[in-house]
Design a protein around this ligand. Structure first.
Ligand code: GLY
Length: 373
């Protein structure tokens, strides 16, 4: 057997045994991709809303997930129990119940989840009537041979699994905001479709600029990822998607590799922000692959942002500086429990919970200024 083969076997066997493996020559000076089992620094990270909303309870998403994970719960169960708080809280109008509806005033939800150790995944898209799409995504993962159910099929599946189906997931708040947007964009119903699409986007962004909708809620989402002391990694992403979207529009959140990607031996990444930019570049997959090649979570995330910037060429998506005119954020952890939040422009934050408790930290930005500059 050649020297090369022996080295490959060593790496493979090391990975199976959970040993620290030698770093390939090309990556010397960077981190190895696989770590010793039992030496991970346990952590849960999420978008900033994961350390904000409590749905009237005591704990935020990251606190709840970390507490359950450290108590021995399955990592994915713990993360989903965390994001359920945000999905159910009507005050977060970017996720679950009370999420901003589509152009017809209907709340349509997307979610995905991935289980690192089990190497399983599930997702739902354009799901109506269920407040906790993350739990339906998990049921897809556990109860079916499929990875993604959409629309009516996803709802019928949820009904069959015993989920309560509600007629309408709007709150008074989300309905009033939708009415305001309708009033602004479609007073006569007679705009031609191209103009209307332009007005939809412009008026939505104006409502953000006027402070009616928080910027992060326009494309709002929660992504939450965790690693326990055994180095077991999972992730979940859940959202009501782009505010006032065309009915049936599916964003990045339920798409494996885009809104979420987990590799049980490497790490996890997820996203919030303009889903279309992420879908085109499959950035969560890219980030995990960059971490596999030895990059830190921050450097891997920055690579994804650079990819998006390079692939954003349409004038309507560029600001006066020729840079992307939208926000997008990534959250990443590796199997050692190192983590990062990165963002296209300064201002975004991310949440973490470790043994030191919950914290909200600034995301590292690729560019300066604002998307609208
Ligand atoms: N990132 C959420 C969405 O675009 O739907």
């Amino acid at each position: 057997m050649s020297k090369k083969m022996k080295r490959r076997d060593f790496i493979r066997n090391g990975a199976v045994a959970g040993l620290v493996v030698a770093t390939p020559k090309a990556l010397r000076g960077q981190s190895p991709a696989v770590i010793t089992k039992g030496t991970a620094r346990p952590v849960v990270i999420s978008s900033a809303n994961g350390n904000k909303f409590k749905n009237g309870g005591e704990m935020t998403c990251v606190q709840k997930a970390f507490t359950l994970m450290m108590g021995g719960s399955d990592v994915l169960d713990a993360l989903i129990a965390g994001v359920n708080i945000v999905e159910l809280d009507p005050l977060d109008d970017s996720v679950g119940y009370g999420g901003l509806p589509n152009a017809e005033g209907v709340v349509q939800l997307d979610s995905s989840c991935m289980h690192g150790p089990k190497k399983r995944a599930g997702a739902v898209a354009s799901l109506e009537g269920v407040r906790t799409p993350s739990l339906v995504a998990k049921a897809v993962m556990e109860q079916t041979d499929h990875h993604l159910l959409v629309g009516r099929g996803a709802q019928e599946f949820a009904r069959g699994m015993g989920f309560k189906i509600e007629e309408d997931l709007n709150t008074e708040h989300s309905r009033q905001l939708w009415l305001e947007w309708k009033r602004r964009t479609d007073p006569s119903h007679y705009l031609d479709p191209a103009k209307r699409a332009e007005v939809w986007r412009r008026e939505g962004l104006k409502m953000v600029a006027e402070g009616l909708i928080r910027e992060e809620h326009f494309y709002g989402t929660i992504n939450c990822d965790g690693v326990n002391t055994r180095g077991e990694i999972c992730g979940v992403t859940t959202t009501s998607g782009l505010a006032w979207k065309i009915p049936g529009r599916v964003g990045d959140s339920p798409i494996l590799g885009a809104g979420l990607y987990v590799d049980g031996a490497v790490g996890a990444a997820g996203s919030t922000g303009r889903g279309e930019a992420n879908l085109y570049n499959l950035c969560s997959f890219l980030i995990v692959e960059e971490m596999r090649r030895g990059r830190s979570p921050k450097d891997a995330g920055m690579e994804a942002l650079r990819r998006i910037k390079a692939n954003t060429v349409e004038k309507r998506l560029l600001n006066s500086r020729g840079l992307p005119s939208f926000g997008i954020n990534f959250y990443a952890i590796n199997a050692r429990g190192e983590h990062a939040g990165v963002t296209m422009y300064p201002g975004a934050q991310y949440a973490i919970c470790t043994e030191q408790g919950p914290q909200t930290l600034p995301c590292e930005a690729l560019l300066t200024g604002k998307p609208t500059d």
